[in-house]
Write a protein that binds this ligand. Structure first.
Ligand SMILES: [Zn+2]
Length: 371
């Protein structure tokens, strides 16, 4: 059994990641030429079309017995997983010093990727598809063609493992220091009782292996999502149907609004998880999953400390979150006031001390802060 060298993987990523993809908005016209140019190690098939008739592809590599399905961007504005998937294509094509890791994975696993499951949402930078359907809550109704594509292929392929790749908002924090939740995981429940079933234990063990590696690179910035059961959620239903389903939420890292640093962490986490699957590692204790701290909501984009509001006659803090908007093909981050209160138990990407600066009222504050 060979060990993954995380330093080596990290260096590889800096030099060899997919350079044609960058930033938050990843759309079909960016990925299509890359897919068409993939080497003959990859098998490319079209699975169907989105509601607005944009093609949805699957890409297969490896021919091992363990079947793994990965999909990304079922929420159109959550693109970090897509970038990490294309970095993995580069990796398997040209692993350099990591050749033994890559060959081992491809010998043991058949990997199928469906990048950009919701190309219509990606186009207009929305979570939902063109019909206004949340694909992550459509697994029973199957109102959206994109959901049908995913479930039809799931049934045909019957993967042992699934990776469901999302992005979470900047508001999530972890631990006493309220560091940003840079990567969060979930082993979805199979029922409202949230029992730790045999299937969930296997899923948790994969997550534990990924967490172990990430803690070395981003200590105390890895979180765990609530395992409350969502009867219509994709992951919960896939897990229930016997496919070990790992949810990964890529999040914020200090100043990383393009999510390029977390893209690397996502890439490393994915390779670690798949490597764990490939070597059928029994070394990881699934119980360590419960040591991963829960996601909290104590992180803001900007905190203005010590603002004096005349109409209240008191000192307050002002918490700002960025609203992401698509304006002529660019994502802009519009600051919106979320809290006016004591925010001493919050952390922020930027913290500015206003040292008692006086504002007449909330409207005056808005004029200055929301632009
Ligand atoms: Zn999502």
């Amino acid at each position: 059994m060979n060990e993954l060298s995380i330093e080596q993987l990290s260096d590889w990523h800096e030099l060899n990641k997919e350079k044609n993809l960058f930033g938050r908005r990843i759309v079909f016209e960016m990925i299509e030429p890359i897919i068409k140019n993939l080497s003959n190690k990859f098998i490319i098939d079209q699975l169907g079309y989105s509601f607005s008739q944009i093609p949805i592809y699957k890409i297969t590599i490896g021919n091992g017995k363990t079947k793994v399905l990965l999909w990304s961007q079922m929420h159109g504005n959550e693109s970090t997983g897509t970038k990490a998937i294309f970095d993995m294509f580069q990796f398997f094509d040209n692993p350099g010093e990591n050749i033994s890791t890559a060959s081992q994975i491809l010998k043991e696993c058949t990997l199928v990727f469906i990048p950009l499951l919701n190309p219509d949402g990606a186009e207009v930078y929305t979570r939902k598809n063109a019909q206004g359907v949340d694909l992550n809550r459509d697994v029973l109704d199957l109102k959206a063609p994109e959901s049908k594509i995913l479930i039809t292929f799931l049934k045909e392929f019957s993967p042992k493992f699934c990776f469901n790749l999302h992005d979470q908002r900047t508001i999530f924090s972890i631990g006493k220091e309220n560091l940003p939740a840079t990567i969060s995981f979930l082993a979805p429940s199979e029922s409202a009782e949230r029992r730790v079933t045999k299937g969930r234990k296997v899923t948790m063990a994969v997550i534990t292996s990924m967490n172990k590696v990430l803690q070395d690179i981003i200590p105390n910035q890895v979180g765990r999502y609530t395992d409350e059961f969502y009867p219509t959620a994709t992951g919960d239903n896939f897990q229930k149907a016997g496919h070990h389903t790992i949810l990964i939420e890529a999040g914020h890292s200090k100043d990383d609004y393009n999510r390029e640093r977390v893209r690397k962490y996502n890439f490393i986490a994915l390779l670690t998880g798949i490597h764990h699957i490939a070597i059928e590692s029994k070394l990881t204790n699934y119980k360590l999953y419960f040591d991963i701290p829960n996601n909290e909501k104590y992180y803001l984009d900007i905190i203005y400390k010590n603002v004096f509001l005349s109409n209240r006659g008191q000192m307050v803090d002002v918490g700002v979150i960025f609203k992401e908007e698509l304006v002529s093909d660019e994502i802009i981050f519009r600051p919106i006031i979320e809290h006016i209160k004591d925010l001493s138990n919050y952390n922020g990407n930027v913290i500015i001390d206003y040292e008692g600066k006086v504002f007449d009222n909330e409207d005056k504050l808005k004029e200055i802060i929301e632009y």
